[in-house]
Design a protein around this ligand. Structure first.
Ligand SMILES: NC(=O)c1ccc[n+]([C@@H]2O[C@H](COP(=O)([O-])OP(=O)(O)OC[C@H]3O[C@@H](n4cnc5c(N)ncnc54)[C@H](O)[C@@H]3O)[C@@H](O)[C@H]2O)c1
Length: 344
């Protein structure tokens, strides 16, 4: 399954770039945030504005969106039609799923507008909707034919968003052996300019991993979940941003890898330096830690569970050398307890 190589642009292309049969699906909030976006969007003959967030991905709301989208796009030629998804990961997941089922599949272009979407969700072709008891339980693999990364849009996000995205960039650095990682290690903090600079190698690394296992049939693509087992629990339990939660998850995985002698001291020191220098440690974490029972139930709901009480956990031997291994729920809980992520 071919994955589109991202294109890096300073500004948005003219709306005519997308052709006459383009349907714009756009985060409504962006109209207020991005100057001139209203004029740009007005150029599209078919457009549909959405409120970003998990509710947009609600499977039960999908038919109602679908009916409205059918109406607004009725004059487009389905054979040439392209859905242009502009927004963060929730808009990308929704519009990607829509493109994969709309008249049995139409073309798709992503324009990610958050750092998380630019670094991660707009590449690799995963689309997703949520059901009541589970996030991302319905979905398809449907890579976009183009992903356009627009500097003017990404840089305009609040600076705090850059720090929140740090976890995902550090994750991909830990999964990489390439030269860019040593340059990245020397930067002092994660700013919007730093994120923009390291988007190309980080995306390249993700696409390299995806190309080896596009449908997640082996453990290779799962290595992109490094830091996410604990990260997802903390994100839900503490209501902290995804990237911040992943940064804690990375520390957890690196520590556990070292304790199990999967990772040696030099790699451990280097990895911890990278994580700690570039992430803020939220003081709230210790006071808000989940109880053992809550931690257990959040883990059990995580879709990465393999059997009744076993999980694929991503350890790491060294930079660029992840290791996927089965661990039991009890082993995970004990380790989380020992590392102070669970309330005593
Ligand atoms: N498909 C994948 O591979 C994949 C990977 C990771 C995450 N995801 C999904 O991505 C979603 C989270 O992504 P997200 O954080 O980008 O979410 P989002 O789309 O929910 O956006 C978060 C918030 O940022 C706002 N926003 C968007 N662009 C902005 C901008 N330029 N400036 C200021 N605010 C802006 C949105 O309106 C929203 O309030 C989750 O649903 C997650 O499941 C998907």
């Amino acid at each position: 399954m071919p994955q589109a190589q991202p294109q890096f642009l300073n500004t948005l292309p003219h709306f005519q770039y997308f052709g006459e049969d383009a349907l714009l699906i756009c985060d409504l909030k962006l109209l207020k945030l991005i100057p001139d976006l209203q004029n740009w969007a007005a150029g599209f003959s078919a457009k549909y504005f959405v409120e970003a967030g998990e509710e947009l991905k609600n499977l039960h709301q999908f038919p109602s969106h679908f009916e409205k989208i059918l109406k607004v796009s009725q004059n487009l030629n389905p054979r040439n039609m392209v859905i242009v998804a502009m927004g963060g990961g929730s808009v990308g997941d929704f519009a990607g799923f829509l493109a994969s089922v709309f008249k049995r599949g139409v073309r798709l272009i992503h324009i990610p507008t958050t750092w998380l979407a630019a670094l991660d969700s707009s590449h690799g072709g995963k689309t997703a909707l949520n059901v009541r008891h589970g996030k991302n339980q319905v979905g398809t693999f449907y890579p976009a034919e183009q992903t356009l990364l627009v500097k003017k849009i990404l840089i305009s996000q609040p600076a705090s968003r850059a720090q929140e995205a740090a976890g995902e960039l550090i994750k991909i650095a830990l999964l990489s052996e390439d030269k860019w990682v040593s340059r990245f290690e020397k930067t002092l903090s994660i700013t919007p300019e730093v994120l923009w600079k390291y988007l190309p190698p980080a995306i390249h690394e993700k696409l390299k991993i995806v190309a080896q296992d596009p449908f997640e049939k082996t453990n290779i693509r799962q290595t992109l979940n490094l830091g996410h087992t604990l990260g997802h629990v903390l994100e839900t339990a503490l209501k902290i941003p995804h990237g911040t939660a992943v940064a804690h998850g990375l520390k957890f995985s690196v520590h556990w890898s070292f304790k199990r002698r999967i990772m040696q001291q030099p790699a451990f020191t280097r990895a911890m330096n990278l994580i700690e220098k570039k992430t803020a440690d939220p003081a709230t974490l210790l006071s808000l830690r989940p109880s053992s029972q809550r931690f257990r139930s959040l883990l059990i709901h995580d879709k990465k569970k393999q059997a009744q009480d076993q999980f694929n956990f991503i350890f790491i031997r060294d930079f660029g050398k992840p290791l996927c291994a089965l661990v039991t729920l009890d082993e995970l809980l004990t380790e989380a307890h020992q590392q102070g992520f669970i309330k005593k």
